[in-house]
Design a protein around this ligand. Structure first.
Ligand code: GAP
Length: 522
């Protein structure tokens, strides 16, 4: 019996990142992972639908997070099992929530408009090329992430065939003096001076509560921009109703909404997305210990679902990028993933923040209700500090997809999805060689034996090569093939996704064989 090996060095997910992204997006649509929302109406910018395989993958990641946080929480630095409970709070809360949390005043992005095209850009996503020779013409703005080749083309176009990238230095738009805006050619025009000064734009989606409510009433409410606030609002409810004692955590998975100025990079920055957030309540004196613990723990967790070490890194926030709530705490460390569109750089996947007791303090003040906690041992009253590992679930799906996408010239599809065995949407495919008769009956029997234990699919249509190609593309780790000999020798062929090794396995022992295979990969 052979066991499946990990992807080999000829197999790579790192050819040309631009092409990888294109191929990945095409695969996700073709195989039913992700579709543009309202596709038949030409889509809706920043919104996505998860197809049959996408929702299964997303659910598997969420279930694993929930299991590892709430049902079987980690063991803490002192050797004790951590105390973490779950919550599912409303998407719409009393609007005072957002006043107290600082989101109404401070949750905004700087935006610039182009007077010529009426297009709107997030200022911190715009870069500017400044000629090193002051007489070499205007400054050229472009959206960050634009490839050098494209930039060269734009310079040539604007300077009628002259100039090249090495005659310029780059600067972020927000660092440019407003007096210099008249020299800047905006990203989608050819004349300078069309950009407005940056203006703050609140990212919360508004809605109006009640059948007769209008925009002019004071019935305005907001779709939550983070799941975290629902946890803070319920801190006292949970303390009063559960047997938790500080330190403890409240975990929540759910939708969040942000009216992003420039949603982009596929599902990376969307306007509707999902988060998996833990608020860990602890005494201020222990906050640093728990911050360090959670940074380590969350890094290990992403590895446990198959994210390769080379694809993830930790990056402390600079002082000027700290969120309003993290300013009084010990800071924030991002766990970043090397997305194809950031490669060779990394992009945020999860933030671990020390929120201090900012939120509880604000809610106590704004609600006028006492929510502080009394330590049963010391009788000390205090508002706990909070360490918050805040992960993107939908962004996690993208990281898992990009991490799994592996080119392999040895197979017909040219690539396969190297999903971790525990989170693969389909874990086992049962494939009779012939589409009729006893092989199908035998396949159905096997399928029924496996389906309650593994996410199993029986696939009868098309020739076997095409079916293997399909299973490779959807990342099924194990295919079981039933051929004419199976009927007489009671054996099946087990094909392993990554190395395409095939083993002949007796049906008397195949359950144990599968158990061992999955155990070796969990
Ligand atoms: N409660 C803290 C908080 O919300 P955040 O860094 O703004 O912190 C946490 O968000 C995570 O949510 C991010 O690391 C990212 O994975 C995900 N996220 C944030 N905005 C997103 C968006 N527009 N689209 C998809 N995921 C997003």
């Amino acid at each position: 019996m052979t066991s499946a090996k990990p992807a080999t060095s000829e197999q790579t997910n790192n050819n040309n990142p631009h092409q990888t992204m294109k191929d990945l997006v095409a695969l996700c649509k073709r195989r039913g992972f992700i579709f543009g929302a309202s596709d038949i109406y030409d889509g809706l910018n920043g919104f996505w639908d998860y197809g049959p395989l996408g929702i299964q993958l997303k659910k598997n990641i969420a279930d694993k997070w929930w299991f590892d946080m709430v049902e079987c929480p980690p063991i803490g630095p002192d050797g004790e099992v951590l105390s973490i409970v779950g919550l599912d709070s409303s998407i719409i809360q009393n609007p005072k929530t957002w006043e107290a949390s600082g989101h109404l005043a401070g949750f905004s992005d700087p935006m610039v408009d182009c007077r010529e095209t009426k297009k709107r850009y997030r200022a911190d996503h715009v870069e500017v090329l400044i000629p090193t020779d002051p007489d070499a013409g205007n400054w050229i703005a472009f959206m960050e992430g634009l490839e050098n080749e494209e930039l060269e083309k734009r310079i040539k176009k604007l300077r009628k065939g002259h100039g090249s990238l090495d005659e310029y230095t780059r600067k972020d738009l927000p660092s440019i003096d407003l007096n210099d805006y008249e020299r800047i050619i905006a990203p989608d025009v050819t004349i300078p001076g069309t950009l407005t000064p940056p203006k703050d734009f609140n990212l919360m989606f508004k809605t109006f509560i009640g059948a007769t409510a209008t925009e002019h009433d004071d019935n305005t409410a907001y779709l939550r921009p983070e799941t975290a606030q629902g946890i803070f609002l319920n801190f006292k409810n949970v303390v009063d109703s559960s047997r938790v004692q500080v330190p403890f955590g409240i975990a929540q998975i759910g939708k969040a909404f942000r009216n992003e100025v420039t949603p982009r990079n596929y599902i990376f920055r969307s306007r509707e997305f999902e988060q998996m957030e833990l608020e860990w309540f602890c005494h201020e004196d222990d906050a640093q210990k728990w911050f360090d613990f959670w940074v380590e723990e969350r890094g290990k967790w992403w590895s446990s679902i198959g994210i390769r070490n080379a694809n993830i890194r930790k990056r402390p926030h600079d002082d000027d990028e700290l969120a309003h709530y993290a300013k009084n705490g010990a800071g924030c460390i991002d766990l970043e993933f090397k997305f194809p569109f950031t490669d060779p750089d990394f992009g945020e996947l999860e933030g671990v923040a020390h929120r201090s007791n900012y939120d509880l303090t604000k809610h106590e003040k704004h609600s006028g209700k006492k929510i502080s906690y009394q330590d049963p041992q010391t009788n000390e009253w205090f508002l706990p500090h909070v360490i918050e590992p805040a992960a993107g679930l939908t962004r996690g799906v993208l990281a898992v997809l990009a991490n799994a996408f592996t080119y392999d010239s040895n197979r017909p599809s040219g690539h396969f999805m190297d999903f971790h065995y525990d989170i693969a949407p389909v874990q086992i495919a049962v494939l009779p060689l012939h589409s009729k008769g006893e092989q199908v009956e035998m396949s159905q029997k096997i399928y029924h034996q496996l389906r309650s234990q593994y996410r199993t699919q029986i696939d009868i249509k098309q020739n076997i090569g095409k079916r293997y190609a399909r299973q490779d593309e959807i990342g099924t780790p194990i295919c079981i093939t039933i051929d004419p000999d199976s009927l007489s020798d009671n054996q099946v062929t087990v094909r392993h996704r990554n190395n395409m090794d095939q083993d002949r396995v007796s049906l008397d022992s195949f359950k144990e064989y599968l158990r061992n295979t999955f155990d070796n990969h969990s």
